[in-house]
Design a protein around this ligand. Sequence first.
Ligand SMILES: Cc1cc2nc3c(=O)[nH]c(=O)nc-3n(C[C@H](O)[C@H](O)[C@H](O)COP(=O)(O)OP(=O)(O)OC[C@H]3O[C@@H](n4cnc5c(N)ncnc54)[C@H](O)[C@@H]3O)c2cc1C
Ligand code: SF4
Ligand code: SF4
Length: 724
Amino acid sequence: MNDHCPVKQNIDILLEAEAAQTVLDPEPRRHMTGLLHLLEEIAAGRAAMGHLDALAAMADRLAAARETAAAALGRKFLNTLAGEREVFQSHIESRNCPTGECDLLAPAPCQMACPAGIDVACYVSLIGQGRYAEAVDVIRLDNPFPWVCGLICVHPCETECLRQRLDTPIAIRDLKAFAARQAMSAGLWRLAQVPAPANGQRVAVIGAGPAGLSAAYHLALNGYAVTVFEKLPMAGGMMAVGIPPYRLPRELLTAEVELIQSLGVEIRTEVAFGRDVTLERLRADGYGAFFVATGLHLSGRLNVPGEDLSGVLKGVDFLREVSLGRSVSLGRRVIVIGGGNVAIDVARSALRAGAGTVSLVCLEKREEMPAWEDEIKEALEEGVGLTNCFGPSRFIEENGRVAGLEFKHCTSVFDEDRRFNPCYDECVLNLMKADNIIVAIGQAGDVEFARTEGMALTSRHGLAANAVTYQTPVTDVFAGGDAVYGPRSVIEAIGAGKAAARSIHCYLQGLPLPRMAALPVRRMQTEVFEMSAMRKMELRRPRLPAADPILRRRTFERLETELSPAQARDEARRCLRCDICKRCGQCASVCREKMGLDALPFNNFDSPDPPAGDFRVTTDNCVLCGACTENCPTGAIRIETHNGECRLSFCGTVLCRDQMEYCRECGAELGATRYLDHVHHRMQGIDPLQPRRLLCADCIRKDLEDRYLAIPAGRRSPVIHLDD
Ligand SMILES: Cc1cc2nc3c(=O)[nH]c(=O)nc-3n(C[C@H](O)[C@H](O)[C@H](O)COP(=O)(O)OP(=O)(O)OC[C@H]3O[C@@H](n4cnc5c(N)ncnc54)[C@H](O)[C@@H]3O)c2cc1C
Ligand code: SF4
Ligand code: SF4
């Protein structure tokens, strides 16, 4: 796969060839110029599908040229066009450059960052307009779990959100949860698309986690009959048996799974792949392709003496048992080993499951712990004890079961290359008594079926599959999710399922498999909100009050509050609409370099160390000349006159406004007062006696003409002073 944009690359190649005069014959040079013109239109989002045929025809002629250099260029381009056609199409059809190299077509950073490619800017703006169900529809085009993700997504979109260049990122995740709840309350819990007619082909999905269910959803929407085989008694994977219910209420998950089932997806629970069903049997039953997404449901081992004693539990097993409602009786004192998010979930669940005290012990220093800071903080608030820089050396036995643990001091966790390579000081020991010890130090996949089903494994015991197509070496079998790439997140699994569904569709239709990762698609062009620069800057990310930790630690119910409609509307309106403004900086450079004003704070947003931006700077410094709007390629920045007022707005945010002035003779618009003042000020630099005039150019000409004609013919001179 090519990581660079072939449109941009070919523009560069042609420009270079032109500059170096590589081709000399006039005929092929004309074809090169034609190619360049077409490519530039594609890169600017001004092309139609006919451009592809025109490109191919032009390149054919170039390839047929007698001059060797021209023919080589033509052939090379034809090869690129054949191999990367879908990238060219994406530029034209969805005005998207998936690599972001064609500046004007780069998706918004939040959409680029989302592994499922959700059009964040679009649904955020729909929420701002109160169109909640439509916002959820937009999410569902890429992700069948809007509500789940609204509560537990790791939100890479917020990490990339450009609003943090002004203050704090948009609360995208909270907005998603808000919209999902509103859609549900309004009775608008629905599919976003009408599924394609059934095509008679069957696909088997192994594992009903987010990866498997996302693949099933996208395949069913595409007309396939999908059966999901799930080992456990319930669907959802780690969303159902890993993430604790106090973070993800199960009824929400059920509502989302039921919507997938409403597409005709059949979920057969308590059926284990490799044991109850095999590839051979499923092929014989008419399944044409398979998607294996079995996750990581085994716990990592410490390999420390005494680990198999009674009373020592495994983190992932413990969470599963709790989620399945099976009784897990814990003693008074519980130790949890591990410093990651799973360990925190285990510790907080142990408190809720009845443990008297829970102590978390990990190798890392507090600041090195891989768990999210918020999760650590909440665990501490609930009363979980934390001991850093200790690793287990042996489990202590009393009467045939565990009674405690001896720890050794960990002096460092990572080596110079940041690889996990803990070092210990064996002289510093720590002994802790416990009735139960839960080991939560990592996950592994139960991939025993790989051997019997002939599936390849990687050196790290993951299922081997192509990183783009998710195809395994067994060509009708695709694999994705945690089982392939290791422990990650729900949204990455959803993205993997969506991408695998696309590959399976190509495979079953006899089409070439995709050569590059799924493209983020712009779903809709939504309206902008009008508000003042002052208001835009004053809006603050809402803080949701956390529930009382004393209440929290007693229940598996989710107690956290959600955004109110007013908070959601204001938060959505804080968005900078990076789907419209492409941060090319042309407006800012015109303002700075041509007008000498530097009134636009959008420059350098994409640089690693941008200056703090503030829209209010424009209110103070802009003269309403409109030069920026002439140069904005996307219409993000506009100047408009309305009811005697001139306004400059950026994606709806009114940056500057002033009254208009009109020609005192004919009433034609002259410009905003501050613009005329600016011009007058500049003119004074040339001619200090110039008065500030309120006449349009036509009326000035006419005035001069009249005055000229009023002078008797013999006394006329070619120069007339205006203020004469
Ligand atoms: C405790 C915990 C908390 C987490 N918290 C978060 C969080 O807050 N946010 C976040 O984004 N991510 C979180 N994650 C990670 C996230 O849950 C996973 O990355 C995601 O669920 C992986 O999806 P998947 O579909 O690949 O696998 P899974 O969700 O693991 O689903 C795999 C499914 O396959 C089934 N299966 C396995 N073997 C077989 C077989 N032989 N036959 C049939 N079925 C089989 C399993 O039973 C399971 O249902 C958490 C993970 C854990 C363990
Ligand atoms: S400001 Fe809006 S469009 Fe820009 S990255 Fe943030 S959420 Fe996306
Ligand atoms: S507003 Fe400025 S930075 Fe944004 S697209 Fe227009 S010219 Fe480029």
